[in-house]
Design a binder for this molecule. Structure first.
Ligand code: NAD
Length: 262
């Protein structure tokens, strides 16, 4: 009897999805895209404006992205257009990554009670409600179920100095994940928030004293260090894969264990 060795199919072979939030090669979304492509997935990548396209186009090329589309979630119809383009190119969608946040510096810094109504609304719309809208637009394309994943932070659950209004917004985002998981579960659509520890990225550089936060987290974490975007990417790709098929609705930490320590 002969025994033929066959290489197992990659877990995301044939799976297609949308990834929002690649600004440069330090972006969490870029490492997520790399991990998904390494597992056999096919991706559409977005860029926020023509200025960022210069940096993101070579990254989209390196990923072999099927689509490279402009997306500013604050512009009416922009998100829905991107999803429609994905529908035309891919037919069915299996996963989507929402790795983006924004808050005006004036509303982010200082006390939460001093944030302006307009600044709060805009941060909530861009950083939280866009995830709900993304799910709504994608639902008809996710005919075979799939995974929707957003990025949160510990500031959702506890007061993290200098995280201000974003903490309130991430709390809403984590709650949205639970309600979305409940609503979309019957369709086999699983929803997650991934909560990384602090990592120096462009968005993070807007948070005051971020270097102190990095240092304090590394000291506190059981693993004695902070995490990399590659570690966030690997976890997120796993959540898109069949290995996580029994999970939904959770906020999952990837922070070298820092959140368990008081
Ligand atoms: P980043 O600056 O690389 O990514 C932020 C992305 O948000 C950019 O690609 C930007 O274009 C996009 N964005 C902002 N406003 C947008 C809009 N109106 N329309 C479309 N896109 C828009 O920084 P990052 O750290 O990779 O951030 C990704 C996510 O990870 C964010 O949700 C952030 O809150 C979260 N996160 C970051 C850290 C960290 O320490 N870096 C920790 C926990 C969670």
């Amino acid at each position: 009897m002969t025994c033929q060795a066959s290489s197992p199919a990659l877990p995301l072979a044939g799976k297609k999805g949308l990834i929002i939030g690649v600004a440069n090669d330090k972006s969490i979304a870029y490492a997520v895209a790399q991990a998904i492509v390494a597992l056999g997935g096919e991706v559409a990548i977005t860029y926020q404006n023509d200025k960022t396209a210069r940096y993101t186009q070579p990254l989209a090329d390196a990923l072999g992205a099927k689509l490279f589309l402009k997306l500013d979630v604050a512009e009416p119809g922009s998100l829905e257009n991107v999803v429609a383009e994905c529908g035309k190119a891919f037919g069915q969608i299996d996963f989507a990554i929402h790795s983006m946040a924004f808050c005006n510096a004036d509303d982010l810094h200082g006390r939460v009670i001093d944030a302006t109504e307009q600044g709060f609304d805009s941060a909530m719309n861009i950083s939280c409600h866009s995830f709900l809208r993304m799910a709504k637009a994608l639902e008809p394309l996710m005919t075979n179920g799939g995974a929707l994943i957003t990025m949160s932070y510990l500031g959702a659950e506890r007061v993290v100095r200098n995280y201000g209004v974003m903490g309130i917004i991430k709390a809403a985002l984590e709650s949205a994940v639970r309600y979305m998981a409940h609503d979309l579960g019957p369709k086999g659509i699983r929803v997650f928030a991934v909560s990384p520890g602090p990592i120096m990225t462009r968005a993070a550089s807007g948070i005051a004293n971020f270097n102190n936060l990095l240092e304090a987290d590394a000291q506190k974490a059981p693993l004695g260090r902070t995490v990399t975007i590659e570690e966030v990417g690997a976890l997120t790709a796993f959540l898109c894969s069949p290995g996580s098929s029994g999970m939904t609705g959770q906020t999952i930490y990837v922070d070298a264990g820092a959140h368990i320590v008081a």
